[in-house]
Design a protein around this ligand. Structure first.
Ligand code: FAD
Length: 380
């Protein structure tokens, strides 16, 4: 076993760390306070090749492995989980199915401009009445002349208030089966789409929408892949992305630990530094140990992706452990900061609110446990 990152992977980390510190970090506070994502960031990511990390160079991507993808996510989330979520919803969930199943025309019109950051993508799967149980989604697409008429609603869709197009999952047949779910590429704005921005506790700088869809028309050439065959692609992209968001969680956990160490070293109570107290040292020691464990589980998951051996249960284990580790670490960081931990001028409150997002989004911890339990064949 070799746990060292390659020279190329270390270079990627250095490059992204520099970019995040100089280009992203100065924008984070204002974006969080105004709950507005700075759109120009997509172009900057595009120029640097950060929107095409997982796509081959022949298709215009940067052709990086999953380990590098996780390094990038870790570094981005260290600075802002909100920015990183917008990036992930665009560059992974929002365009990956087009790369996998799109026609040449769809790739030209949507995938390529998205890689350059000229168009922003969103991925619309979750619904108000159907959260965790995606197979039961209700949004309906009916065949009409020249295209499809869509009715329904989508909930908590990242980037939707700023998106130029959205991948939309809809039922093309009332029967509840994987074959009856298809993906459509919907150009925005669309007369039948009403997108309402949601106010959030976590990842405030990432814009999220609740969407009502009434008699929206989508032309035939915007149906993705064969009409009955896109559900496996949705599952594939969700499984790989669970390892990705675990890397995001790792980034926030590290940020919380580093902030705690700095604070514990600097904050004096009378003649003693907070870091002199053994109770505080133990909290930080626990963080360090748990983060180390989560780190190697994340990169093991990434290695499994790179070796084409990732299974659903492993992806769930990786996400469960990393996201819950981040939640614990960020809560401890607030305690270590005392009252300052509650103040917005310190980042640890934001870290904790942001860490909550990934014990819920991309499948809750309970759903991950269900998937792990299913793999253990506990039920008769
Ligand atoms: C900030 C944010 C951004 C998001 N971005 C997107 C996006 O871009 N695109 C998208 O499609 N979705 C997105 N989501 C939706 C996200 O994937 C869902 O919130 C998540 O799948 C949970 O669904 P729900 O919120 O409806 O919860 P529910 O399914 O209503 O769950 C409520 C509770 O019940 C539990 N529960 C549900 N089913 C079971 C079960 N079978 N066994 C045990 N417990 C269960 C859950 O774990 C949870 O604790 C986003 C969510 C958030 C918060």
């Amino acid at each position: 076993m070799d746990f060292t990152f390659s020279e190329e992977q270390e270079q990627v980390r250095d490059m992204v760390r520099r970019f995040c510190a100089t280009e992203m970090a100065p924008l984070v506070f204002e974006a969080e306070e105004t709950e507005t994502f700075p759109r120009e960031m997509f172009r900057k990511w595009g120029e640097l090749g950060l929107l095409g990390v997982r796509y081959p160079a022949d298709d215009g991507g940067s052709g990086m492995d999953k380990v590098s993808d996780c390094i990038i996510r870790e570094e981005m989330s260290y600075v802002s989980q909100a920015f990183s979520s917008s990036w992930s919803a665009h560059s992974h969930l929002g365009i990956w199915p087009i790369w996998r199943a799109g026609t040449d025309d769809q790739k030209e019109r949507f995938f390529k401009p998205a890689l350059a950051g000229e168009k922003i993508a969103a991925f619309g799967l979750s619904e108000p009445d159907v959260g965790s149980n995606i197979r039961a989604l209700k949004t309906r697409a009916e065949k009409v002349e020249g295209g499809w008429r869509i009715n329904g609603a989508k909930m908590y869709i990242t980037n939707s208030p700023i998106a130029d197009f959205m991948l939309l999952a809809a039922r093309t047949d009332p029967e509840i089966s994987p074959k009856s779910i298809s993906l459509f590429i919907v150009e925005l704005p669309n007369d039948g789409f009403q997108i309402n921005s949601l106010k959030k506790e976590g990842i405030r700088a990432s814009e999220t929408g609740l969407i009502y869809i009434e008699d929206a028309f989508v032309p035939d050439d915007c149906l993705l892949g064969a009409e009955t065959g896109t559900y496996p692609i949705i599952l594939e992209s969700l499984t790989e992305n669970r390892v990705g968001v675990a890397a995001n969680s790792l980034g926030i956990a590290r940020a919380a630990m580093d902030a705690s160490i700095s604070y514990a070293r600097e904050r004096a109570i009378g003649s003693r530094k907070v870091g002199d107290f053994q109770a505080i040292q133990h909290k930080i020691a626990d963080m360090a140990a748990e983060i180390e464990a989560a780190k190697w589980l994340v990169y093991y998951g990434a290695w499994r992706v790179d070796n084409d051996t990732l299974d659903q249960a492993t992806a769930s284990k990786v996400k469960l452990i990393a996201s819950e580790t981040a939640l614990r670490a960020t809560e401890q960081a607030i305690r270590i900061h005392g009252g300052a931990g509650i103040m917005r001028e310190y980042p640890v409150g934001r870290f904790h609110r942001d860490a909550l997002v990934y014990v819920i989004g991309e499948g809750t911890s309970e759903v991950q446990r269900n998937l792990i339990a299913r793999s253990l064949e506990l039920s008769s």
